[in-house]
Design a protein around this ligand. Structure first.
Ligand code: NAP
Length: 246
């Protein structure tokens, strides 16, 4: 693959924050390589923004190897693929849900980052953005599978900042609160009513609000490292406290 434009890889770009980020980075002049499992949606976005759609399942090491093959000039990696499954208390934990959350959020970030770090460093101006969550700093009842995965993903990401110190690569962690995407629909196995309840009576962030923050970090001068961006709706004070109208 060759491109005149610098390459930005966005995982989980078939919907939500990843899709919005792919659009924003393309507008900033990047050739965006979009990865996710739903190829039709991925291809539609890629065609619109002059990017490249590639199948990616971050829970599968072979898929990551095929996806990351031949990405010369890759400058930016956005580790965004992931999410939550279920809301069971620890005493009723579903191990399959836990396994998926750890595979997608934690090991997915490890696999992509490990595969692309040499190219990012070689570019002379690399950047790894990892979308964790306020769940990487907070906990809540029923959320242990997700919050433990996001805490671990965050620890992995922040470790890299020290390990790569002195190399030409930046690290930014983005920690959103409530964003209205397909996140809750996935978490509640397609239950639209339950998903809608999450955002009822408040104004959540949009995917584009988060993409805007990611793009801000990426477009700072090369010597400026935005370490963390925490963004929440004005109506949300914490993972467990929100103001709802009506
Ligand atoms: P979303 O609309 O459900 O998007 C999730 C994306 O991840 C989709 O493109 C999905 O694509 C992809 N994905 C899931 N499993 C994957 C896998 N195994 N391999 C490759 N791609 C995979 O939700 P979102 O809100 O934009 O979530 C993006 C990130 O933000 C997640 O890491 C989430 O934890 C985090 N976050 C979300 C919120 C929120 O309130 N929405 C808040 C804080 C943090 P395919 O299904 O096509 O593979």
């Amino acid at each position: 693959m060759s491109s005149e434009r610098p390459i930005a890889v966005v995982t989980g770009a078939s919907s939500g924050i990843g899709e919005a980020t792919a659009r924003r980075l393309a507008a900033e002049g990047f050739h965006v390589v979009l990865g996710a499992r739903r190829m039709e949606r991925l291809k539609a976005v890629a065609d619109e923004i002059g990017g490249t759609a590639r199948h990616l399942d971050v829970t599968d090491a072979d898929s990551v190897a095929a996806f990351t093959e031949a990405l010369p000039g890759c400058r930016v990696l956005v580790n965004n693929a992931g999410g939550a499954l279920g809301l069971e208390r620890v005493d009723a934990a579903d191990e399959e849900h836990w396994r998926w959350m750890w595979e997608a959020n934690v090991l997915g970030t490890l696999r992509l980052t490990r595969a692309l770090l040499p190219t990012l460093v070689e570019s002379g101006d690399g950047h790894v953005v990892t979308v964790t969550s306020i769940a990487a700093r907070e906990i809540y009842d029923g959320g242990a599978g997700y919050t433990s995965a996001k805490h671990a993903q965050s620890a992995l990401h922040r470790t890299l900042r020290g390990e790569l110190l002195g190399q030409p690569v930046r690290f930014t962690e983005v920690l959103p609160g409530m964003v209205e995407t397909e996140f809750s629909l996935v978490r509640f196995a397609g239950d639209e009513e339950r998903a809608a309840q999450v955002y009822a009576g408040l104004i959540p962030l949009t995917a584009d609000d988060v993409a805007d923050a990611i793009t801000f970090a990426v477009t700072r001068p090369s010597h400026v490292n935005i370490d963390e961006i925490v963004l929440k709706p004005r109506d949300q004070a914490s993972a467990t406290r929100a103001h709802r109208r009506g």
